[in-house]
Design a protein around this ligand. Structure first.
Ligand SMILES: Cc1cc2nc3c(=O)[nH]c(=O)nc-3n(C[C@H](O)[C@H](O)[C@H](O)COP(=O)(O)OP(=O)(O)OC[C@H]3O[C@@H](n4cnc5c(N)ncnc54)[C@H](O)[C@@H]3O)c2cc1C
Length: 454
């Protein structure tokens, strides 16, 4: 291997020291030359859903492939199912979502490096990290998303963005934002919670803001809080699992959820806890009426863009930074030694954890074939039925959920695309939601965490 387990722990120490003492020279400034690769060295950037899945899949497929995962967080936290923490569902705590990176690394014998990637040199085939340079033969990028406050609020200063992002946590990326949102809910008195889905473009887990709406309403209802959950959207009711969500909201929380489908955020005053926004009558209305609302908790999810890690590689990307793909494969269009998976791709498949897992397995097959000089058909196995299955909890007494499944196929334009179907379950009594689907939601999440960590 490029580094053994002891070396990995040393790197972890370097990274931790650098983080604790930011004034000292960074590891990259005093870097030594990276160790030579074996010819089958795969470096994976990002230890999230895509990254952990591909690391394990590569090692299971071909033991001669050496794998190194580089991850900036020191603890794994899952986003899927995390809205149930906000909803106060039984048996759900922070423990439900966390994982230990060294567990799968030890079991499947790959290296885990706790460091932040700061640069990628495609010519030298090296990744620069806060713990030194690491050489690769094949590079896999699964770094997820970033927020684009600047695009959505071009007049806001960096200070204003920092203030709003802290006061109104987006909670679309793993980590502290979810905890901050939960604390704010727990600390709130009577009053309103405002949920703002991303205003435009592709974003992580399209049903997530609407599942959050149901789960926060569930919390408000069960805690007896006098207040509303107000959604300020731009999609006019046309969102993922839209009919199923709206049916559940109407049945379960008719006096709590207020959905506004055509709005535009104008300003947020985090001191006074007020939000100014425009409400449009219909799609032809360009003026809109200005309104101000007081809130106790505000969840502003800004427009998404791709993690900047993809741009570091200098490969071709679209306007939001997502990687342009080589046909139906998960290889970059620009560089045959770089693969991109998870939310960072331009394939027209929904950005979800389940999709990242599906992509990771396909990319693992493509990489293994490339390293063993075998032909690979990136269309093999397509169309793939239920390649993505995504559940959303909508209530707790009784616990009920809705779901969508996607079939992935090869679009004539050269992309992979997904077609969704929102079923009415047999045990739903004619509704989209059911107790059986809620049980399947918990089972899906438990199964995914087991797959990632054991
Ligand atoms: C509230 C919510 C609910 C969701 N519900 C579902 C669901 O029910 N079902 C479902 O399938 N999906 C769901 N998702 C979506 C799912 O979480 C994402 O689609 C999935 O995590 C994408 O995987 P990924 O590997 O692309 O990115 P991630 O899992 O985010 O992993 C990216 C990793 O890269 C690391 N990284 C980034 N930059 C660097 C760097 N410079 N150096 C080192 N490491 C770096 C990050 O720290 C992160 O760990 C939900 C998401 C949210 C927010």
């Amino acid at each position: 291997m490029a580094m053994n387990r002891r070396d990995t722990f040393k790197l972890v120490g370097v990274a931790a020291a650098a983080a604790a003492m930011p004034s000292i020279a960074t590891a990259s400034e005093k870097k030594s030359a990276p160790k030579k690769t074996s010819g089958k060295s795969v470096v994976v950037v990002g230890g999230g859903f895509g990254g952990l899945t591909i690391a394990k899949a590569l090692r299971k497929k071909d033991k001669s492939i050496e794998v190194t995962v580089i991850e900036k967080n020191n603890i794994f936290m899952a986003c899927p199912f995390s809205n149930t923490l906000l909803g106060g569902l039984d048996g759900v705590s922070l423990d439900t979502f966390v994982g230990d990176y060294f567990q799968p690394a030890g079991k499947y014998d790959y290296d885990f490096v706790h460091a932040t990637v700061t640069a990628i040199d495609r010519k030298a085939k090296t990744v620069t990290t806060t713990a030194g340079d690491i050489a690769y033969d094949i590079l896999v990028l699964s770094p997820g998303i970033a927020y684009d406050y600047e695009k959505q609020f071009p007049t806001w200063s960096a200070e204003k963005i920092a203030e709003v992002s802290q006061a109104c946590p987006a909670a679309l990326m793993p980590g502290n934002e979810h905890i901050a949102l939960k604390r704010q809910l727990e600390n709130m008195d009577d009053g309103n919670v405002i949920i703002i889905p991303p205003a435009a473009g592709k974003y992580r887990c399209p049903p997530a803001p609407y599942e959050r709406t149901a789960m926060v309403a569930n919390y408000v209802k069960n805690e007896g809080i006098e207040g509303k959950v107000i959604v300020l959207d731009t999609r006019n009711g046309k969102f993922a699992k839209g009919a199923a969500f709206q049916e559940s909201w109407k049945d379960l929380f008719p006096d709590i959820i207020e959905y506004n489908g055509l709005t535009e955020i104008v300003d947020i005053d985090t001191e006074k806890k007020t939000i100014a926004y425009k409400v449009f009558q219909d799609e032809a209305d360009t003026e809109g009426a200005l309104k101000t609302e007081k809130y106790e908790v505000c969840n502003l999810i800004p427009i998404n863009k791709c993690s900047p890690v993809v741009a570091m590689a200098g490969i071709e990307v679209d306007g939001a930074g997502y990687a342009m793909m080589d046909g139906y494969s998960f290889r970059s269009k620009t560089d045959s030694n770089i693969y991109v998976i998870g939310d960072a791709v331009t394939h027209a498949i929904p950005p979800s954890g389940q999709t990242a897992i599906w992509a990771a397995h396909r990319a693992a097959g493509q990489i293994t074939d490339q390293l063993n000089a075998k032909e690979n058909d990136p269309k093999a196995g397509l169309p793939a039925k239920a390649a993505n299955v995504c559940y959303s909890m909508v209530g707790s007494k009784p616990e009920e959920a809705i779901m969508v499944t996607h079939t992935f196929s090869a679009d004539p334009s050269g992309k992979l695309k997904g077609k969704g179907h929102v079923p009415k379950p047999k045990d739903g009594g004619g509704k989209f939601r059911s107790k059986g689907t809620a049980k399947a939601t918990r089972e899906w999440f438990g199964g995914v965490m087991r797959e990632l960590f054991s």
